[in-house]
Ligand binder design. Structure first.
Ligand code: ATR
Length: 274
């Protein structure tokens, strides 16, 4: 039997944990397959995606900065990819069409949003208007949160997202420190806090005691903000669960096996972050 080949494309891509995740499951379920990192230039995107058509690649995950850029290169967008204009999973369907799907929305919902009770009366703040933000917003909408605000350093990018998600309240970046105190669900969808990157210039003081803070970042697992909020008894989540759950859904779409998230896998992933 021919070995199947999967890859994650992005730039830069060296820090992705997706190969660890998928190769663990391939081994566990005796699937003859390999999952690799493919550092890709924008000009090569079309060629890489076409490899799906001839079976050279059996599935692709897409990460920054290509989640929108691959859209014109697939034959059809389905479900959450269609609603967010953001693709993270590509495969060939039974009609030989190259399909773009989004499993980030599921990843977010499965990872944290089930922790949100009485969603219809909660206020959510999305910090950031970059590549992951449409998935964050749509996952909040699907979780029935109605009051959703967005705040981003570059204001125009928030306004651009409001064209797609008209219900968004758009806040000015300079008001973040003050306004954040009004929210029940706060999601960091910026790259602030990422290893070797800049961080928020202030602590998130004075949050509601029952607020939850969700970070889309998993490297490091405990960012400066998460450390501060934990010390102040605010419930926090890091991005590792989101990574695992989006990977679980991609794995299912490609292999029709719903892989288990066991402790050995979690320990393995955490060990790679040290
Ligand atoms: P892109 O915006 O190219 O899609 P991204 O990594 O998906 O890149 O998104 C980065 C997010 O982190 C953006 O919301 C970005 O804000 P801008 O739109 O203003 O660039 C945010 N971000 C990155 N560095 C930041 C910083 N130093 N201060 C505030 N926000 C920052």
């Amino acid at each position: 039997m021919k070995k199947k080949l999967f890859a994650v494309i992005g730039n830069p891509i060296t820090h992705s944990l997706s190969p660890v995740l998928h190769n663990y499951w391939f081994k566990k379920y005796n699937i003859l397959a390999d999952y690799t990192l493919l550092n890709t230039e924008e000009k090569d995107l079309k060629g890489v995606i076409e490899k799906i058509r001839d079976g050279e690649l059996n599935g692709i995950n897409v990460t920054l900065p290509f989640k929108q850029k691959v859209i014109p290169l697939v034959d059809k967008l389905i479900n959450d990819a269609h609603h967010t204009n953001s693709v993270n999973t590509i495969y060939l369907d039974e009609t030989n069409a190259i399909v773009g799907e989004n499993t980030d929305v599921f990843g977010l919902q499965a990872a944290y949003l089930k922790e949100v009770n009485d969603a219809e009366n909660k206020k959510a703040l999305v910090i950031g208007a970059g590549g992951v933000s449409p998935s964050v917003i749509f996952s909040l909408e699907k979780s029935k949160i109605k009051d959703i605000s967005i705040i981003n350093r570059t204001h125009d990018k928030s306004l651009f997202l409001k064209k797609k998600f008209s219900y968004l309240n758009v806040l000015e970046w300079k008001l973040l420190k003050e306004k954040i105190r009004e929210y029940d669900v706060i999601i960091n969808a910026t790259s602030l806090g990422l290893k070797n990157n800049s961080d928020f210039e202030f602590e998130f003081e004075g949050l509601k005691p029952n607020a939850i803070f969700i970070d889309t970042i998993y490297n490091p697992l405990i960012t400066k903000s998460i450390k501060y909020l934990k010390e102040n008894n605010i419930k926090t989540f890091n991005g590792l669960d989101m990574l695992i759950y989006q990977g679980q859904k991609s794995f299912y779409l490609w292999n029709k096996v719903n892989p288990e998230i066991d402790n050995e896998l979690i320990d393995l992933l955490i060990s790679k972050l040290k």
